[in-house]
Design a protein. Structure first.
Length: 314
């Protein structure tokens, strides 16, 4: 595989977890082509956790990278501090050369300051959404998403949403099978549905409320069956109305949308790992017919099952 160089730009006040997420997900593995370098404007940067980091490379490594990732940063507790002109110039140059530019959490402020997000949709941590929207009116800020994919410019919401975004990038680059393997190694969900609104402070749940994770796990084992809201509610031991309310609170999406995402995920892995016909894949993932599978692939992935298989079969 051709080496794909990933440069992680650590700015002063970098959030350690924001930086560690891409460093871990894009670390060298036999089945991946990634080569990761942590870079900075200087040889050492401060973090929000009270310690400093020694960077591997300088800004020249960003100029040679295929993907540039800016983790969240809050120097002095303030994400609106503008990076140096040298840093902004390097980010602009990366974008102009057609490189993939990515931010995690408040890293979006650096991309916005460079003008990279102008005219695009973007997101950041829910605590800083208003600031991003007010300070950069040329950016369309999406409030209730885990990440935004604008092709070669991608932004994620707060901290752990960086996991969702980085796994999404692996899925785009190498397919669902490799992304799922990495997710299992991290003990992370391969794909989370819903938006960051589910993480904004809300009233404490009523005593007696229980997680529906067991029902979601059961549904994943029965995707080839015609599951209905009533079936899911029955397994969860609650009424359909209560199930809808609790499911939305836990996942930020509806049961049927979650099921569709799970079925498409299974279809992608079957297309990558088996020689099943498109009809068989559609039946096994619960979408019924090849025509229905093609419809959802086109709507969601902007491709066809056959083209997807051709791209990711190894």
């Amino acid at each position: 595989m051709t080496t794909h160089r990933v440069a992680i730009l650590a700015l002063d006040g970098v959030t350690p977890l924001d930086l560690a997420i891409p460093a871990q997900i894009f670390s060298t593995r036999p089945e991946t082509p990634y080569e990761v370098t942590v870079c900075g404007p200087g040889s050492k940067v401060t973090t929000t956790a009270g310690f400093s980091l020694v960077t591997e490379g300088g800004l020249d490594h960003l100029r040679a990278a295929d993907t540039v990732i800016v983790p969240g940063y809050e120097p002095g507790g303030e994400p609106l501090v503008r990076p140096s002109d040298e840093v902004l110039d390097v980010l602009v140059q990366a974008r102009e050369r057609g490189r993939r530019v990515v931010s995690i959490c408040t890293g979006a402020f650096a991309l916005a300051a460079a003008g990279i997000l102008d005219g695009l949709h973007a997101t950041t941590h829910w605590q800083h959404i208003d600031e991003l929207e007010q300070d950069f009116p040329a950016v369309t800020v999406d409030r209730d998403v885990l990440y935004v994919d604008e092709g070669d410019v991608l932004t994620s919401a707060g901290v752990c949403c960086g996991i969702d975004l980085c796994l999404h990038l692996v899925r785009r680059d190498l397919g669902a099978l490799v992304a799922n393997r990495i997710a299992r190694g991290l003990v992370a969900a391969p794909h989370r549905d819903g938006g960051q609104a589910q993480y904004i402070p809300a009233p404490v749940t009523v005593a007696g409320d229980t997680s529906l994770s067991e029902t979601r796990g059961w549904a994943l084992c029965h995707l080839d069956e015609p599951l209905t809201l009533r079936d899911l509610a029955r397994h969860g031991g609650v009424s359909p109305r209560t199930f809808m309310r609790r499911f939305g609170a836990e996942t930020g999406t509806t049961p049927l949308q979650w099921l569709l995402g799970a079925r498409l995920g299974k279809a992608r892995e079957l297309l990558e790992t088996t020689t099943y016909s498109v009809d068989q894949v559609a039946r096994d993932c619960g979408l019924g017919t090849a025509a229905n599978l093609r419809l959802h692939f086109r709507r969601t992935l902007n491709t066809t099952p056959t083209a997807y298989r051709r791209t990711f079969t190894r």
